[in-house]
Write a protein that binds this ligand. Structure first.
Ligand code: TMP
Ligand code: ASP
Length: 243
């Protein structure tokens, strides 16, 4: 932990985070909230301690990715629920990487739930709560100016590298990385970088032995003990990294 930066104007409030200005124009302060939403916020709840766990898990994973060559917006964790990140213009394309078919892929295409994919599937969605983040293809993003061809190729390459690194890490923790969602941004110099968060809110984790779900699906599917699952992810990361 380090010194707390000035908490300036609230710039943005999302479903799981608040973003504040700081006195450094290149940095923002992110506050992780305890609110939990699913199905485009049709289902909502508040879980005391969720923000803290996601802040810690996300900080740990962003640091791990940076240490392994994946530049990202995370700068430092400042306390239990806050982290400092580089200021970015977010590209309105959410990228989903899947190793196992489940969730919306199964709903959309009727393929077998739990099917191990022969190679990681990278999907793009247009980031729009109003439209429910619809699935798009590469050319939609280029045509409508959400990202250019080169940026999308770079994004796909980073997603595959993140998948390789995270799948390897979680495998060592006894966890299968089923799928996850990433977001990207451009910094003040136009450099493309991984942004947003990497947490049990945005990933699917299955225990290798028991196949228990250790992520937000416990909330989406009313499986109970949501916080216990998030705690388990954090405990295994702490043990692994000695933190
Ligand atoms: P999906 O199967 O519902 O499309 O979800 C794929 C992955 O993306 C899963 O790990 C959860 C994550 N995700 C988000 O982080 N935010 C979202 O809004 C959605 C729909 C999924
Ligand atoms: N994050 C989205 C929502 O709040 C959907 C989801 O993760 O299931 O509504």
């Amino acid at each position: 932990m380090t010194s707390f930066p000035s908490k300036g104007r609230l710039l943005y409030e999302g479903k799981a985070k608040r973003i504040y200005a700081t006195d450094n124009s290149d940095e923002l302060l992110v506050e992780y909230k305890n609110s939990l939403t699913a199905f485009n916020a049709l289902k909502k709840d508040t879980l005391e301690g969720k923000g803290e766990l996601n802040n810690k898990i996300s900080s740990c994973l962003f640091k791990y990715l940076a240490d392994n060559g994946v530049e990202n917006h995370w700068v430092r964790q400042v306390d239990d629920i806050h982290q400092v990140v580089r200021s970015m213009t977010i590209i309105p394309v959410e990228v989903i990487v899947r190793n196992i078919a489940t969730g919306s892929l199964v709903k959309r295409l009727g393929v077998q739930d739990g099917l191990k994919l022969a190679f990681p599937l990278v999907e793009y969605c247009y980031k729009s709560d109003e439209l429910g983040d619809p699935l798009i293809i590469h050319d939609h993003a280029v045509l409508f100016g959400w990202a250019d061809d080169e940026q999308l190729n770079q994004i796909k390459a980073i997603c595959l590298e993140v998948n390789r690194l995270l799948a390897n890490l979680f495998d060592r923790l006894g966890i299968i990385l089923v799928d996850f969602k990433l977001e990207f941004g451009l910094d003040s110099r136009g450099r493309l970088m991984l942004a947003d968060e990497v947490s049990p809110d945005t990933c699917r984790f299955w225990d290798k032995e028991t196949m228990a779900k250790l992520d937000k699906d416990r909330f989406r599917q009313d499986l109970g003990d949501v916080l216990g699952a998030y705690r388990e992810i954090w405990a295994r990361l702490q043990r692994h990294f000695g933190i």
